[in-house]
Design a binder for this molecule. Structure first.
Ligand SMILES: [Fe+2]
Ligand SMILES: [Fe+2]
Length: 242
């Protein structure tokens, strides 16, 4: 009895007592083989299911990424410069997020979601959006409106990438010192992704030609951003950016 218990504890699943009956021995072996076979099939099935779920998740992710890509194209349809701008902002934001120490998966999400930061431009009248000169106060107010239009378009989505994009669209014009818009949030009340994209967005605006300005050199733009660490920009994001 003690041996039986010890054997069971060690994982034995069946016993034969001596003298062994050949017919019983064969029957027991057949049963055990059937059991092992069933176990293996179950393990195979679990493995198959796991790979199927993985495949489905990858497909879902690819579709989400495509939707974002299409939305970004739609948003910049009126203005080809915008599409290049938003793409660059995606890459800059990813690089800043990585240097800041964010997780790799989040960095990739930020690259995908941040090009939608100006999706709201679809709602801005062409006369304002493409205006060559300085904006009037009224036009500037219409421009500021865009941060809320953008997040309105994206926020209701259940897709996490689009929710991230909504948060970026809403917060990328806030300033560290609370002088930004639309909510005049300050410091860490501004979502980190918004603080990161604000920097990337500004860096790209400074280093490229705009209807109202020349393209600045990288050195000049970096100096400008460095000077605004702690006022316009999150100082930790500026460190990561540098
Ligand atoms: Fe913007
Ligand atoms: Fe932008």
């Amino acid at each position: 009895m003690i041996h039986r218990m010890a054997a069971l504890g060690a994982g034995a699943i069946d016993f034969l007592t001596k003298p062994v009956n050949p017919l019983e021995f064969q029957a027991r072996i057949r049963n055990l083989m059937a059991l092992v076979d069933a176990r293996n099939k179950l393990a195979d099935k679990a493995e198959w299911l796991r790979t199927e779920v993985e495949k489905a998740m990858a497909e879902l992710r690819a579709r989400e990424e495509e939707i974002i890509e299409r939305l970004t194209i739609a948003a910049s349809y009126k203005d080809k410069e915008t599409s290049k701008h938003t793409r660059r902002v995606g890459f800059y934001s990813e690089a800043i997020a990585r240097a800041y120490g964010l997780e790799e998966a989040l960095c990739a999400d930020i690259r995908l979601a941040s090009p939608m930061h100006d999706i709201d431009k679809v709602a801005i009248p062409d006369a304002v959006l493409l205006k060559a000169g300085k904006l009037t106060e009224q036009e500037f107010a219409a421009m500021q409106q865009h941060t809320t239009v953008g997040s309105d378009i994206l926020r209701e989505s259940r897709c996490s990438l689009l929710q991230l994009a909504a948060s970026i669209a809403r917060s990328h014009h806030e300033r560290w010192d609370g002088q930004g818009y639309p909510l005049r949030l300050s410091g860490t009340a501004i979502p980190l992704v918004g603080r990161i994209v604000a920097l990337a967005d500004n860096f790209d605006a400074l280093t490229t030609v705009r209807p109202y300005k020349e393209a600045w050199s990288i050195e000049r733009a970096v100096g400008h951003i460095r000077e605004r660490a702690g006022s316009q920009f999150d100082p930790d994001c500026v460190v990561a950016f540098e």
